[in-house]
Design a binder for this molecule. Sequence first.
Ligand SMILES: [Zn+2]
Length: 416
Amino acid sequence: MLVLNLCQRILFPMNPIYLTADRLFDGTGAATVLRPVVKIADGKIDSVAASLLPPATCAGDRLDFPGCTILPGLIDTHVHLLLTALDTNEAIIDETVKATDEELLKRGQSNARAALRSGLTTVRDCGGRGNIVQQLREQIRLGKVEGPDVIACGGPITTRTGHCHWLGLIADTHDQVRQAAERMLAEDADFLKVMATGGNMTASSDPMKAQYDPEALALIADIGRKAGKHAAAHVLSRSALPGVVAARYRTIEHCDWRVEEFRYEFDENLARRIIDQEQYVGLTLSGLARRAFLPQVSQWNIGPVKRLDMRFACERRMLDFGVRYTLHSDAGVRMTPIDRFDIGLRAAERELHLTPSEILTAVTRTPAEALGLADRGTLQAGKRADLIVVEGDPLRDLACLANVKAVMKGGAWVRA
Ligand SMILES: [Zn+2]
């Protein structure tokens, strides 16, 4: 295994690197490039060309990947690096509450390493404790810890008994909401996150109820905007959706249209506003949604499993309507290890009837657009050299994503 860290590469700039493979998916929506030659220099993509012959002269290193496909590094817009992905919510919460800050940081480091090696070159962490994820982000940035680029919010804003209150950024009144948003900025958050409804994971919260009124939701998004940061809202029922849309949150996490225990109500007017305001919804392919690959799940006689068909039908309708979307794992929640995004993406293919190309776009180009990361997401000249090499053709079979042969982040090999 060849491991070069970013610092070494910056200190000792290398010759251009040439990569060849059987095919390349560049993320732009163009057709697959056959027999690609990718030239990488100074941490960036210098060129992508198709060639019947290997590059004739290479004043640099050349690596051939026969039988493989080159793709942009994957971007997961919603993970929890500090959580353990155990089988039950209770066990995950217990492990998190009991852990010291040092233990949580260590857990984050090991999840970050696993994430990068599985092909994720950028992750957005949607909720940790205090500023531990920000510390991890800095360690990775300095090359002290191996991991993807991390976009962090720290502790999400929630109510006293609300969703993820055990992560601890509590705000009930408007004043407290304002203070919480300002504290996130003071703790160097990259974006602001609010739990706009309760969640399945926290028994004392109610996913059907909005945790904040529209005014509180607007306060948070506006404070973020003034600081040049985007905001994300967790929405597990229709109750909070009008407020989240009105406040123009950049990303709507889960974007659930449920109005009753077993009733979803898609609203075209609301969806039209989401499109017009260039908001993005993040669809969640975590544990239960992976039922096709986790046989035990289909046996569970619980609401979130019994509703899955309705949920996916509603999401499909939203996609057909034209809402911009990313696919995320929510890794760290139950049965959702951070290095198995491939299973979530195969679940998306099966449940949402998306094509592999649509799925790969929703975890490369679209998330880069949603998060304002203009330097990545596609394999084009001038973009940062974040790429992965997988064995086989993921455009025919997404299961290939489990066979990652190599990962490059910012022009440096992580694994080859
Ligand atoms: Zn989450």
